[in-house]
Design a protein around this ligand. Structure first.
Ligand code: ZN
Length: 316
């Protein structure tokens, strides 16, 4: 039963230094580290998942940190900005907080009636905080950020593309998205049009293709309820000519992948089973969790990873 797609599930980026990455997303932005595992396709690299208390779909920003990785560049064929949703009167708090920790923050911008600020993390990853009063998700904080200012989850993502037509067709014909509006070269789409499901296409006709490395998004995952709806959307996409992978088991969800016509890697991930499958909710993210097939190599994997720690108290 449609809709098969109900918004953004997670967004995954490439990072540089692992500790700096944890400190930024947990300490400075106040997201919860809900899972510390490895890149299932490259087991000598961490995979961090940051989100709300439980890592609910629509809140989860994930990273593959490669120590010493060169910085990538923003360009076409990429998600250039990941936008998080915050409460309506929290931008002054965030401007002050980010400046306090040495980050350069844009002036307050306006887009489709919402106020936002824009900045980059240590690796150059583009982030926006969009203030709005349409988000009833509770948010989460380690205590260093007042709950009223905390990040509630994604607002949306910006895809930088040379042309929009084929991507728009994919979103609106096959992925349950609809066109919401246009502002200049920015075209907005949503499943319901709520924070957590927004996709903006910004057209950059003469743009240079982005280079994927530290500080760039690796892929954007859209959410689907379960394996049944995932197989249904997989079938629809394949029937319409998209080269979709087989279903891959990511432990916390199941995934299929394909490249959209503008060059961005899309994933469709199930809402089930979630992050409490291999550790209890109170202790999410504390231990290095490995998929079953990697457990026999735990010693070797742990030895190859740089130890990291969680220090939100350093970012009061
Ligand atoms: Zn993913």
């Amino acid at each position: 039963m449609r809709p098969y797609i109900t918004g953004i599930h997670h967004i995954t980026a490439i990072a540089g230094n692992a500790q700096q990455n944890i400190d930024f997303y947990t300490g400075i932005l106040g997201l919860r580290l809900v899972k510390k595992t490895i890149n299932f396709d490259a087991p000598d690299v961490y995979h961090f998942y940051f989100g709300d208390e439980l890592g609910r779909p629509g809140t989860v920003f994930t990273t593959f940190p490669f120590t010493g990785a060169r910085k990538g560049t923003k360009g076409t064929g990429e998600v250039t900005y990941t936008a998080f949703s915050v409460g309506i009167s929290s931008l002054d708090f965030w401007k002050h907080r980010l400046k306090k920790f040495g980050f350069t923050v844009s002036d307050v911008l306006t887009r489709f009636g919402d106020s936002l600020i824009r900045f980059e993390d240590h690796d150059g990853m583009g982030i926006e905080l969009i203030a709005n009063d349409r988000d009833d998700r509770p948010g989460w904080t380690y205590g260093q950020i007042p709950l009223e200012y905390s990040i509630k989850g994604f607002y949306g993502a910006t895809l930088n593309l040379r042309a929009k037509e084929l991507t728009e067709q994919l979103l609106t014909r096959h992925m349950d998205y609809r066109f919401i509006g246009q502002e200049g070269e920015r075209y907005r789409y949503g499943t319901e049009g709520k924070p957590g499901d927004i996709v903006d296409i910004v057209i950059d006709k003469s743009g240079i293709r982005g280079v994927q490395s530290a500080g760039t998004v690796h892929h954007i995952a859209f959410r689907t309820a379960d394996t049944q709806s995932q197989l249904a959307i997989q079938e629809i996409l394949m029937r319409n000519g998209y080269q979709v992978t087989e279903v891959r088991d990511r432990n916390y969800f199941k995934s299929i992948y394909f490249r959209e016509p503008g060059g961005v890697l899309f994933e469709i991930a199930t809402d089930e089973p979630g992050f409490a499958i291999d550790e209890d909710e109170a202790h999410l993210g504390q231990l290095l969790k490995l998929p079953e097939w990697a457990e026999p190599s735990r010693k070797r994997i742990e030895a190859a990873l740089v130890p990291v720690s969680l220090n939100p108290e350093n970012y009061a």
